[in-house]
Design a protein around this ligand. Structure first.
Ligand code: NAD
Ligand code: UDP
Length: 345
């Protein structure tokens, strides 16, 4: 039976973990990636874990001709999971057109090429950033979406609007947009995990690289937020839980269980942790003292974000299972593995 799924951005952090889940759920995977923020080495890591290496095609999805050619060759695919995007918030503020060009063209070319070839199911990697500064907590899918604080975030909001419009006119087309909160952690084997190029922007890799001695000191952005300890609160979700949610969404599309042609779901843990709580938990599970200082706030940061994932529980049958300790410990195991094997690529 045909079980082919096209995964764009499948060499990246979340994509590679989703490919593992797809293979473990007996799907056949075709990975499309231009390796602009990832490494082909992840395909070998996927093989080490699953025993199978997915077919890989190096392609820039912002190139419409190249994208179209590949989809023609794989027109028997059942669905597309679209991870491919640039994601550095700060860079997107400095170079907005690079982000609009890449993220929106990748999306448009993928949508066009897949429907030209009769592939009518689509999962989109969206983000909690579409909620801007929320009016209510926890954030539900009914919370109003607002202009995000960065061009990167805006590519997610515009992306969702494009897909929703497309679903209205393209009658057989259906899509699920998954709004990730803060994905962290790594596969429990320690074989694969997040590998940011250059200095990390996100908290978790910054913590592990500081603890590993690669970076000197963690800056805690803001100690004067109106929270219990003055630092900002986020909803962290284990990347393996997140990857598994894609299987639930895919099955919902393949089994035609959708209630609307375009659906959105929050993927988080229903819980917020402050930056200081993350540091304390890291120190407790790793037994490593972290060098950090509290500095000024980072522009654009929001005080507090955490999800209600009730809808995902009810409709997708998915709920995050892994604790904050498991998330942090798996990130640390991966960082140590990188250090010991000198395979930082
Ligand atoms: P990542 O950078 O590790 O993975 C993205 C992949 O897309 C990379 O392998 C990159 O090489 C590829 N890519 C980018 N532009 C491409 C192009 N033009 N053609 C082909 N491939 C291209 O990022 P990630 O953390 O795995 O994120 C995956 C998706 O989830 C992205 O869409 C991201 O915006 C979204 N997301 C991530 C987070 C997060 O915190 N990591 C949060 C919310 C949403
Ligand atoms: N953060 C921090 N120092 C860092 C990176 C992040 O204090 O070096 C804080 C940041 O201000 C936010 C939280 O950690 O409150 C999560 O930040 P991240 O960039 O990982 O995710 P996002 O901003 O997208 O929620």
């Amino acid at each position: 039976m045909n079980r082919k799924i096209i995964v764009t951005g499948g060499c990246g952090y979340i994509g590679s973990h989703a490919v593992i889940q797809l293979i473990e759920n007996q799907f056949e995977v075709v990975v499309l990636d231009n390796l602009s923020n990832s490494s082909e080495a992840n395909l070998g890591r996927i093989k080490q874990i699953t025993g199978k290496q997915p077919l890989f095609i190096k392609v820039d999805l912002s190139n419409s001709e190249a994208t179209s050619k590949i989809f023609k060759r794989h027109n028997d695919a059942l669905a597309v999971i679209h991870f491919a995007a640039l994601k550095a918030v700060g860079e997107s503020i400095n170079i907005p057109l690079k982000y609009y060009h890449n993220n929106l063209n990748c999306l448009l070319n993928t949508l066009n090429s897949q429907t030209e070839n009769g592939i009518n199911k689509f999962i989109f990697s969206s983000s909690a950033t579409v909620y801007g500064t929320p009016d209510e907590l926890p954030i539900t899918e009914k919370s109003i979406t607002k202009q995000p604080s960065s061009p990167y975030g805006n590519t997610k909001k515009i992306g969702e609007e494009i897909i929703e419009d497309y679903c209205k006119t393209e009658l057989n087309f259906s899509s699920i947009s998954l709004r990730y909160f803060n994905p962290i952690g790594a596969h429990e084997s320690g074989i694969i995990g997040e590998l940011p190029k250059g200095i990390p922007n996100n908290l978790m890799p910054y913590i592990t690289q500081t603890a590993a001695g690669i970076l000197d000191k963690l800056k805690v952005f803001g100690g004067d937020y109106p929270t219990q300890d003055g630092t900002a609160i986020r909803d962290y979700v284990h990347v393996v839980d997140l990857a598994q949610a894609h299987i639930h969404a895919l099955n919902r599309l393949l089994n035609q269980e959708q209630e609307a042609s375009f659906e959105t779901f929050n993927l988080g843990s229903n819980k917020g942790y402050s930056v200081l709580e993350m540091i304390q938990t890291f120190e407790a599970v790793s037994k490593v003292k972290l060098n950090y200082e509290i500095t000024e706030r980072r522009t654009g940061d929001i005080t507090q974000l955490y999800a209600s994932t009730k809808l995902a529980e009810e409709k997708l049958g998915w709920k995050a299972q892994r604790t904050i300790e498991e998330m942090i410990l798996s990130s640390w195991k991966w960082e140590q593995n990188l250090l010991s094997k000198k395979n930082r690529k």
